[in-house]
Design a protein around this ligand. Sequence first.
Ligand code: CP
Ligand code: NVA
Length: 307
Amino acid sequence: MKPRHFLSLFDLTPVELQQVLRRAGQLKAMRRRGESYAPFPQKVLGMIFEKASTRTRVSFEAGMAQLGGSAIFLAPRDTQLGRGEPVEDTARVLSSMVDIVMIRTFEHAKLERFAACSTVPVINGLTDYNHPCQLLADLQTLIEHCGELRGRTVAWIGDGNNMCNSYLKAAMQCDFLVRIAVPPGYEPDPGLLQQAADRVVLLRDPLAAAQGADVVTTDVWSSMGKEKEQARRTRDFTGYEVNAAIMAQAKPNAIFLHCLPAHRGEEVSAEVIDGPQSRVWDQAENRLHTQKALMEFLLLEGQLPLF
Ligand code: CP
Ligand code: NVA
């Protein structure tokens, strides 16, 4: 039987997504109470990182340890992947030794090629196309703040990047609206824009996008791999900083989210990210709880225990 993978939010049905998010809430409460829950002794997570990471690495490694298993960190410079071993061969070998794999890489197609040859579940830890694990954490944070996701409005300000693409998928899965403000030439994936047509409004003006929003969110202007474009991007994104003027357009109780790492004075002002509406630290912590729920879901083949 083919294993279940999590390469995109669409790899879960809307009902399964809600189950994973509910389970993440339970795991968070259990951890807060100091309850140990370690159902996976002997299970091993393999983690391939072709890009830098703080949150993704630590949350997966700590999460697997808390579930009773262990994790192996693999960087291309220390493995044969970095010396040209085909991704398909790596997938076959790795999946004969570990129980679940997480990959952070550049081209989404490379992740898909790995998953096609893996006999164990593969999790997307970020590609140039999307970042579905981050969305699990964002959705948990939204639920903590707003309760019901259906009918809410998220304002996305800045680059139509991997995170923006994932918000479009989340909007389709959870039935909320995304109002996007991006400069010309920085739109999200055109196929996704079309698919999410009834869940997305594409604008240029960040003030207009933020109007009446429940959540305002942004991300770096130069994602990993785009560093060479930084000077041009800094020019093109002038006026797209999420600051107090933009937050003032949103609902009075709106929250601010950012997947981090953040650049104060570029895509977000210090007064917003360090201010009372910011929930970025809860959002980062929720990476741990949601990914534990996700790994549990995949290792138990969709049979989540719900207490
Ligand atoms: N948000 C996020 O994925 O952070 P890292 O790059 O630190 O993993
Ligand atoms: N869009 C950013 C997200 C980092 C977590 C990047 O791809 O670098």
